[in-house]
Design a protein around this ligand. Structure first.
Ligand SMILES: Cc1cc2nc3c(=O)[nH]c(=O)nc-3n(C[C@H](O)[C@H](O)[C@H](O)COP(=O)(O)OP(=O)(O)OC[C@H]3O[C@@H](n4cnc5c(N)ncnc54)[C@H](O)[C@@H]3O)c2cc1C
Ligand SMILES: NC(=O)c1ccc[n+]([C@@H]2O[C@H](COP(=O)([O-])OP(=O)(O)OC[C@H]3O[C@@H](n4cnc5c(N)ncnc54)[C@H](OP(=O)(O)O)[C@@H]3O)[C@@H](O)[C@H]2O)c1
Length: 391
């Protein structure tokens, strides 16, 4: 589930930039710094990208980046298919380009999609094993095959299927932009946009893999690199209009990114509302993203409370929702004072578990039942006091 509003690149004061998803700005990487320390199981980076005049964003928005596939991955696919790369093909807009360029910038050769499996099978009527897998009744088998595999695995497992380079446009999906929550306030950083990116790397089926965009940002985007970007408004994730309203932010891992933006914005504009941040990651010494800045904000009084949950610093896991439960009475008191409650980060488990904890906190605080707590939360949603940006 992606809770993002699809809109044009409309930023502060309704300004519409000439740069959009289809007409990105060629930005320059001005900072690309590791945030996690040596020894961490994660590689999370702070990235700063230049903006052109007139490009504006609001905390809560995201930046879209058009990624490129790794040259080595492109070369592997071409070799497996028996193509040289200088063959001419027509892209999605019927513009003639080389096959190499198509595989690098237009087509998704990373994570294998079930649709690609199906289209590939259509080119090979004789391959029974492949056809059995794409049979709609065998959806689970196709999903199992796709998990942890990329196009190179399919081509290696079932070779000799693609005879014409242009066929790849029927088999492979488009290489699409990746979205990143904006981690900065433009009130402070007028001419750039900042993000917090976790680099995806893993081993599967005997190959080392990396995420297309995060891998590129992790190892092929040093300072000075040019990247096509666009700004993406998200009107469903916004600081309260009432600048004196309290704010509670739940942001484990890279989920903390928009809250850095919220806090910078509130600091820069002298907003008086209290701010409470819950941050969590694996280990305090290695994974405390933006530690110095948050601690300085705490000293300045912008960050009224900072509660952390470092899950792997003790034998038993401790998560942000455990901290919420520990401080249930205070949390409920903030909600009663009209606090806005925000969640950002992992959609699969964290967002649900945090909601369960929130309902529990409300039920305990109001001496009510879980049903009554659900009504309380529904009312908060209606007042836009419960907002999530989860991915
Ligand atoms: C609104 C929004 C905001 C976002 N904000 C951020 C942000 O602030 N920071 C951030 O880092 N990301 C953020 N993301 C996620 C980001 O957009 C990308 O999805 C992410 O960086 C992965 O893209 P990629 O191109 O590197 O990886 P891809 O090439 O797209 O590959 C990712 C895929 O690899 C597969 N995969 C990953 N690990 C494994 C494994 N161990 N085994 C098998 N398969 C695996 C999964 O299928 C996964 O979907 C956000 C997403 C959205 C929609
Ligand atoms: N779509 C993508 O490809 C993509 C790319 C990058 C990031 N992301 C997502 O972005 C989010 C942030 O990633 P991240 O690596 O920075 O952080 P993360 O995986 O969310 O981990 C941050 C902290 O949350 C803990 N955690 C694990 N399960 C939890 C739960 N149910 N409730 C609360 N906390 C929980 C982790 O603990 P333990 O690890 O010790 O259990 C860790 O301490 C995740 O959803 C991640 O999958 C997605």
């Amino acid at each position: 589930m992606i809770e993002v509003e699809e809109k044009a690149a409309q930023g502060q004061a309704g300004h519409v930039s000439k740069y959009t998803r289809n007409n990105p700005f060629l930005s320059t990487v001005r900072v690309n710094e590791l945030q996690t320390a040596e020894g961490s199981e994660k590689e999370t980076r702070h990235i700063e990208l230049t903006l052109d005049d007139g490009m504006t964003y609001t905390p809560g928005d995201a930046v879209g980046i058009d990624p490129e596939n790794r040259a080595a991955a492109v070369a592997q696919v071409m070799a497996a298919l028996g193509f040289k790369g200088d063959e001419r093909v027509l892209d999605h807009y019927k513009v003639e380009i080389s096959l190499e360029e198509a595989l690098r910038t237009r087509l998704s050769i990373g994570k294998l999609a079930r649709g690609s499996l199906k289209q590939y099978a259509k080119l090979a009527p004789g391959l029974e094993g492949l056809h059995a897998m794409v049979n709609p009744e065998n959806k689970a088998r196709a999903e199992e095959y796709c998990w942890g595999r990329e196009f190179i695995d399919l081509v290696t497992d079932y070779p000799g299927v693609v005879s014409e380079p242009q066929q790849l446009f029927h088999v492979l999906q488009r290489l699409v932009p990746r979205m990143y929550s904006i981690a900065s306030s433009q009130k402070i950083h007028r001419d750039n946009v900042q993000t917090t990116v976790r680099v995806i790397r893993y081993e599967s089926h005997g190959r080392s893999r990396q995420g297309v965009a995060s891998g590129q940002l992790g190892e092929r985007a040093p300072v000075g690199t040019k990247l096509p970007i666009f700004l993406h408004a998200n009107g469903n994730f916004r600081l309260p209009e009432d600048t004196s309203a309290p704010v509670i932010m739940i942001g484990p891992g890279t989920g903390v990114a928009p809250f850095r933006a919220f806090l910078e914005e509130r600091q820069a504009t002298g907003q008086t509302g209290n701010n409470w941040l819950f941050f969590g990651d694996q280990r305090e010494k290695l994974d405390f993203l933006y530690r110095d800045q948050f601690q300085a904000m705490q000293k300045d009084g912008v960050l009224t409370r900072l509660d952390t949950a470092f899950s792997r610093d003790q034998p038993q896991k401790v998560y942000v929702q455990d901290r919420m439960q520990e401080h249930a009475a205070d949390l409920f008191e903030w909600l009663e004072r009209g606090a806005y409650f925000y969640v950002c980060g992992d959609v699969t488990r964290m967002a649900k578990d945090v909601e369960t904890a929130l309902l529990d906190v409300i039920a305990k605080g109001s001496d009510g039942t879980l049903d009554a707590a659900a009504e309380y939360l529904a009312a908060m949603k209606k007042q836009k006091r419960y907002q999530r940006d989860v991915y």
